[in-house]
Design a protein around this ligand. Structure first.
Ligand code: SF4
Length: 918
């Protein structure tokens, strides 16, 4: 359905119905309670009217309802006996080419249900079959005998996912779907989003084991309370920060299938290989199922929760006695719910008595928080994703959303395919770069120079909004003076981006009516990451494209599912829930009034400072929750040293992680499929997380674990349920005062700021004024400074790390799912010229060495990477990639410089060292 502005009223079988402008007669019939068969139709796709199973009469003519617009005042006949007969004939004709089992009693397909409604049975299915199967893919099964060539799968793959992996082959009645590459499905371009499985109306494309056997449309049609429906739990994906709403179908206490919610506020019926399929980790035999306590002989032994909680409580109390509250520290998690993060920071501040709490946004988007606050006032993206996909020019910087945020990547790609101009700034030829009007490939670490170069062109060519700059911004004179020297030629020398490309990109962004900036960790994870965010934000300010109708601002793609929420909840050493400063007496007393306990005024330690304090013998106890710091933090050798030095370490985890190996107590945690609460996604939307299954054994939510330890310390934390915790947070933080579980259950998603339970959230920020003290957007005149590491003769390559499509972060969940079959190892990407020069072959083993460590990987020779650079992911900690990265970090936020490490590469069997290192 295409939503128009006006609504239209028409009559269906004598009943008046109102539908949005642009709706079809199929929508009108549905609104009138008439269910028509519509085998080639899916609400996520444009209508094609090819199957002719939705025939109705309108204005005296027989029409396919799905392709006929609902006109105001139209009179539609849908249930007349002759129409039912015509539709039955159309469906019977389609069915006649299928084998009888297509309508067998066990077949839960949309087609089988339609046939049951129309009185069509297996005896009407007379096809001989023999068109063959394809069972090559781990997540997709194709039975070509059941294909009716409706094309829904092909269109899902092209029009929603944008991969174009499928096609219809054959002639006439033999037409059936097949991978476009012609070979087995497993060797096709398929990225396993599951869209084809999810839309296929016949059971021709299914997932192994059948899943729930239903599509999202069928689940929605059945609705809650239908006794025939499987138990379905609506929740929010626990992998990346997009925040896809998922329907988890549950059978016998286990996940039968995960389907994207058709009415998902962000994803609208789409998902990716992680959210859709990678739930196998939940039943992995490696799950931690009972608390473990380190014994005198060094072994970790199972104990009960009471024993574990009492031990943690005693050791924390001992640490406080020995070293004071500031000798205890905690690392909270972007994987945990808001309520768990809220409770953890409350525990540290009110029970332990320290601000030593931080979360893993320190390692990714802390520069976004600092930069966006400095430029605009609030620590979040400026606009809603719903608006982003209306932009007429997309500037995508330092991000590979096609792989790392696939649902966003697919929507941006579709926007570009439908005519929006696309500028991609990334050293690698990332997915979106193939569709870009201009692809800027700056050398890693030169973003600030690039953004200044773009700003200079905007100013030089008068592509700026003078009124906006006069009335709503500050700092123009200083910026203009600074960027005067960033000529395209100078910027070309610094960044490697040709001057003409820089000018072309600036013109596209500067001349667009509704430009939008989307960026990722390629902007933040640098020595000057905060400067990168601020100088990128300069472009939107110059252009008047933030806080106005003239554009869609500056929007970070958050990496982990709840990286926004963990910081929103105050799991930060200097900020309370809702971003009140711990140094601000008014913010402290607001929290103290709710908590009934004093809040320490001195900012606590950041994650790298915690490790440094541990190594220096100043930390007595560290609780690490939901974060495998020994796998994901930079320079992991130093992290392991810190954990070894710390007298008492608690680790809350799903699996026996590398960090757990260093722990004195390991607490088995519940996963996102097993707990209750909320997440905040990348565009500041709160959404509900609901338990679909029970945690294994004695595993518990972190929420329950925190209560257990607090209670063992003789202190209550109040808020006994996640719902009560969010309610208390709403009383503590004005930014979230209007939020509650009840409201989210009713409305689905609400974007903060939401100060009023009766008022709406705020998807688009700064319509009236910016949230800075003076109400203005602040241009940043900060000079370009080089990265912490540069290649030299000994380490001639620049290593950039990032993510691949099938895995997530350290891979602890995706490696324990079927996704391992799709991507069984990390690779080192390097350019063909470099490979030839150093005698490295595609698929060959290589050793990568930096000044900090050594990793072993398999080479992937590809021109996606620029000469002189190499790229790898960090999904397989055993390869040692994070041992390579340096200790350099953003000066403002301590975010590590993951994106620039000088390395050398050696084909295994050759001797390291010497020029080129290989
Ligand atoms: Fe959506 Fe991200 Fe989950 Fe994929 S991993 S389903 S894009 S939230």
């Amino acid at each position: 359905m295409t939503e128009g502005t006006a609504r239209v009223t028409l009559e269906v079988d004598g009943r008046a119905v109102e539908v949005p402008g642009g709706a079809s007669l199929l929508d009108a019939a549905t609104a009138a309670g008439v269910e028509l068969p519509a085998l080639c139709s899916d609400t996520r796709l444009g209508p094609v009217g090819s199957c002719r199973t939705c025939l109705v009469r309108a204005g005296g003519r027989l029409v396919a309802a799905c392709v006929t617009p609902a006109a105001a005042g139209a009179r539609v006949s849908a249930v007349a006996a002759d129409l039912v007969e015509l539709r039955r004939d159309a469906v019977r004709t389609i069915v006649s080419a299928l084998p009888p089992y297509a309508l067998g009693p066990q077949m839960p397909s949309e087609l089988a249900r339609v046939c049951r409604t129309l009185g069509i049975g297996p005896e009407d299915a007379r096809g001989a079959g023999g068109r063959g199967r394809d069972d090559s893919h781990p997540y997709v099964r194709l039975d070509r005998d059941l294909c009716i060539a409706c094309g829904r799968c092909v269109r899902m793959c092209a029009d929603v996912q944008g991969t174009f992996a499928l096609t219809l082959t054959g002639r006439g009645a033999d037409t059936a779907v097949a991978p476009g590459t012609g070979g087995p499905w497993a060797e096709s371009d398929c990225v396993s989003c599951g869209g084809c499985v999810d839309t296929c109306p016949t059971g021709a494309i299914t997932q192994p084991g059948g899943g729930s056997g239903l599509t999202s449309g069928e689940l929605l049609r059945q609705g809650p309370g239908d006794p025939a429906a499987p138990a379905v739990v609506r929740t929010t994906c626990g992998f990346c920060g997009v925040g896809c709403a998922l329907d988890v179908a549950v059978g016998d206490g286990a996940v039968a299938a995960v389907l994207p919610a058709l009415d998902g506020p962000v994803n609208r019926g789409h998902a990716c290989v992680k959210g859709r399929f990678a739930h196998g980790f939940a039943v992995s035999p490696e799950r931690l199922t009972t608390p473990l306590l380190r014994q005198d002989d060094g072994r970790l032994e199972p104990v009960g929760w009471d024993t574990a909680a009492a031990h943690v409580a005693r050791r924390l109390a001992d640490a406080i006695t020995a070293g004071g509250p500031d000798s205890v520290a905690a690392i909270s998690s972007a994987r945990a719910t808001n309520e768990e993060n809220y409770l953890f920071q409350k525990f540290m501040r009110t029970v332990v008595g320290t601000n030593n709490i931080d979360n893993c946004s320190r390692l990714c988007h802390a520069p976004s928080a600092a930069g966006l606050v400095a430029s605009f006032g609030l620590s979040g993206g400026t606009d809603s994703f719903d608006d982003l996909v209306r932009a007429d020019c997309l500037l995508v910087v330092g991000a590979n959303p096609v792989e790392a945020h696939p649902v966003v990547g697919a929507r941006l790609l579709q926007r570009a395919l439908r005519g929006a101009r696309l500028v991609v700034a990334d050293p690698r030829k990332v997915g979106l770069a193939r569709q870009a009007d201009v692809h800027l490939r700056p050398r890693p670490g030169t973003n600030v120079a690039l953004f200044h170069g773009l700003a200079r062109v905007l100013l030089a060519e008068d592509l700026v909004d003078h009124r906006f700059l006069r009335e709503r911004a500050s700092g123009l004179a200083e910026l203009a003076e600074l960027v005067a020297s960033y000529t395209p030629e100078h910027v070309a020398r610094v960044t490697g981006v040709p001057a003409a490309d820089l000018i072309a990109a600036a013109r596209l962004y500067g001349r667009a009516e509704r430009p939008a900036i989307v960026y990722g960790l390629g902007v933040t994870e640098h020595l000057h990451g905060t400067d990168g965010v601020r100088t990128l934000a300069n472009l939107a300010i110059l252009r008047g494209a933030v806080g106005t109708d003239g554009g869609f601002g500056v929007n970070p793609l958050r990496g982990q599912n709840n990286v926004q929420g963990a910081s929103d909840m105050g799991a930060l050493p200097d900020l309370l829930p809702g971003y009140g400063k711990v140094t601000d007496p008014a913010a402290r007393s607001r929290a103290e009034a709710v908590w009934g306990r004093p809040v320490p005024a001195r900012p606590g330690l950041r994650i790298p400072d915690m490790f440094a304090a541990a190594r220096a013998g100043r930390l007595q106890a560290l609780w690490v929750l939901g974060e495998d710091v020994c796998a994901t933090d930079p320079d992991t050798g130093n992290v392991e040293e810190a954990l070894t030095a710390c007298p008492f370490v608690v680790c809350s985890e799903l699996f026996p992680s590398r960090t757990a190996r260093h722990a004195d107590v390991v607490l088995p945690a519940a996963s996102w499929l097993e707990k209750d609460g909320t997440f905040v996604n990348f565009d500041r939307r709160f959404q509900r997380v609901r338990p679909a299954i029970s945690p294994p054994g004695h595993a518990r939510s972190d929420f329950a674990a925190l209560h257990a330890v607090a209670s063992a310390m003789g202190r209550g934390l109040d808020c006994p349920t996640p719902s009560a915790a969010l309610a208390e947070c709403a009383r503590t933080a004005p930014l979230f005062a209007g939020l509650s579980h009840e409201r989210l259950d009713r409305e689905g998603a609400v974007a903060w700021p939401c100060p009023d339970p009766a008022g709406p959230g705020t998807p688009k920020l700064y319509g009236e004024r910016f949230a800075t003290p003076d109400g203005l957007a602040h241009l940043a005149a900060v000079p370009y400074l080089p990265p912490g590491e540069a290649p030299d003769d000994a380490y001639p390559f620049v290593l950039v790390t990032g993510r691949r499509w099938a895995h997530y972060n350290s891979g602890s969940m995706t490696r324990r799912s079927g996704n391992l079959g799709l991507a069984p190892a990390d690779h080192l990407d390097l350019h063909p010229d470099d490979a030839a020069r150093h005698g490295i072959r595609d698929g060959g083993d290589v050793v990568v060495e930096s000044r900090h460590g050594r990793a072993r990987l398999t080479a992937r020779v590809t021109s996606e990477i620029a000469p002189g650079q190499v790229f790898c992911a960090f999904h397989f900690p055993a390869s040692g990639v994070n041992r390579l990265t340096s200790g350099h970090a953003d000066g403002v936020t301590s975010c590590p410089e993951y994106k620039v490490t000088a390395v050398r590469v050696l084909a295994v069997g050759k001797r390291a060292g010497g020029p080129g290192g290989a």
